[in-house]
Design a protein around this ligand. Structure first.
Ligand code: BGC
Length: 485
């Protein structure tokens, strides 16, 4: 058949020419819902600064702002051998770190997959035994002839813990889907030390470290411009150095050996920003995620931006569109109905699909969800992934901008790590654009005064440097915690 009239323009990647009107309208609605413009970012940041300040006050606030008892800047000269572990969402990472001085180090590491039942076990001993056995295996492989002394362990435990010293940490609450009975409200250090003793492992916790503190310290070990340690991963959080005398809640609790004009690393735990829902532009999907989570009302900020939740927001939107008969008519949605079926890498693959006709998206939906998609549906799917990814990156930097404002940092490196920062397509560019919008720089990314840079290994090198700094303080007779109550 001869096609009459003007030639149809070729469909471009991302083009919406073939998308029916009702879906176009839906896309426009989603764009309005998920877009966070510059004025909103600025308003969020301003409120964030107030909340950071509140967290340091005697009265406290939603953001815990936990003193991490790292009261020195590393200068690269630190040396020594340490074992570090990082209890992440999926793996336990065990690292032998040799700090060589001069900002140099060697690491050798093993990973142990955390059996999935442990995330929500009723018996917390399962967790400690698992760590002790993994450490025992690592120790035997690394030191086949044993060691004369116990090895000091830097324990990176990336959950909010109140710390009265560098080697204590009372878990405030689990985050990121972990929900193990009997740990909240308890100091995790003796729990691990006891398990190590029971399993005859000559290793002892020397320092308990949040991943953000580790990231800050590791990055500072090699880069004097590093002022923040940030994690954009399964969870989100940031650490920075505050002046001791700007932390009112420590007044009266400090040993005279603590320099009041010196620095104190603060693990902000800012995933809990805006738990009272005053400024964040929550959608009905965010509200459902919170409602159905093990800890409703907690981690409001984290639940909108971190990798653990991105796929879930996406899944809920698609289910909603299907309920309105806008997509996937007549398809079996059983797989899509499964909570947390999709992780952030699913969205990343969608955003990375290089094909005009979104072939990868098509395969992904058939393979993972058993759903066959039409071309317009795939356009909507791609746009939705972009919107969720963009919202996450732009909101994420409100924490960074707020830390910069709070600590009066005009020019610095914000050292970042985590799966979302490292792997999610366009996250870094979008985040940088968000910072530019907040600060009105109007500059190309490489000229940004506050630069997001890839961090050094926080839970390995960082934990070791913290342990080395702690050992130095102890040797000098300086306190590594607050006065006994
Ligand atoms: C935890 C923080 C951690 C962050 C990144 C959050 O869920 O509360 O302690 O730093 O995840 O791993």
């Amino acid at each position: 058949m001869v096609h009459l009239g003007p030639k149809k323009p070729p469909s471009r990647k991302g083009s919406m020419v073939d998308v029916p009107k009702n879906l176009m309208q839906e896309i426009a609605k989603l764009e309005a819902l998920f877009t966070v413009d510059a004025p909103k970012l600025k308003a969020i940041t301003d409120h964030f600064v107030t909340e950071l300040t509140k967290g340091l006050s005697k009265k406290g606030g939603n953001i815990p702002m936990i003193p991490a008892w790292v009261m020195d800047y590393p200068d690269g000269s630190e040396t020594g051998d340490y074992i570090a572990i990082d209890l992440g969402g999926t793996n336990l990472r065990v690292v032998l770190v040799s700090l060589l001085g001069d900002g140099k180090f060697d690491v050798s590491q093993s990973k142990y997959r955390i059996p999935s039942y442990i995330r929500t076990t009723k018996n917390h001993q399962d967790l400690w035994d698992f760590i002790a056995v993994s450490l025992s295996n690592f120790y035997k492989e690394t030191f086949p002839d044993g060691t004369t002394e116990k090895i000091p362990l830097g324990f990176t435990f990336s959950y909010p813990c109140s710390q009265t010293s560098i080697d204590t940490g009372v878990l405030q609450r689990w985050t990121k889907g972990f929900d193990i009975d009997g740990v909240e409200g308890h100091d995790v250090v003796p729990m691990l030390n006891n398990a190590l003793k029971q399993h005859d492992v000559p290793i002892e916790v020397f320092a308990l470290i949040n991943d953000t503190t580790g990231t800050l310290v590791a990055s500072r070990y090699t880069d004097p411009q590093a002022e923040m340690g940030l994690i954009f991963g399964t969870g989100c959080n940031g650490a920075y150095y505050e002046k001791v005398n700007a932390i009112p809640k420590l007044e009266g609790k400090l040993d005279p050996t603590v320099d009041l004009n010196g620095p104190m690393a603060i693990n902000c735990e800012y995933g809990s920003f805006d738990n009272e829902h005053l400024v964040l532009p929550r959608t009905k999907y965010d509200i459902i995620i919170d409602r159905d989570s093990p800890r409703p009302g907690q981690q409001a900020f984290e639940k909108m931006i971190s990798g653990y939740y991105l796929g879930e927001v996406f899944r809920l939107v698609l289910l909603d569109l299907h309920a309105q008969r806008l997509v996937f008519e007549g398809q079996d949605l059983r797989d899509l109905q499964e909570a947390f079926k999709l992780d952030a890498s699913f969205l990343a693959t969608i955003e990375e699909d290089p094909f005009e006709n979104l072939n990868d998206v098509e395969d992904l939906f058939t393979d993972v969800l058993g759903i066959s998609t039409t071309d317009p549906e795939r356009r909507l799917i791609r746009r939705l992934a972009e919107l969720i990814g963009t919202r996450a990156s732009r909101l994420s930097v409100c924490g960074v901008a707020a830390l910069a404002k709070k600590a009066n940092l005009k020019v610095c490196h914000a050292a970042a790590d985590g799966s979302v920062f490292n792997k999610y397509p366009n996250f870094q560019e979008r985040a940088a654009q968000g910072l530019d919008d907040i600060f009105d720089w109007n500059l190309p990314i490489d000229q940004h005064p506050i630069k997001l840079v890839a961090a050094e290994d926080g839970s390995g090198v960082g934990a070791a440097v913290v342990a080395a700094l702690t050992a130095k303080r102890i040797a000098a007779g300086k306190a590594v915690g607050q006065l006994e109550a």
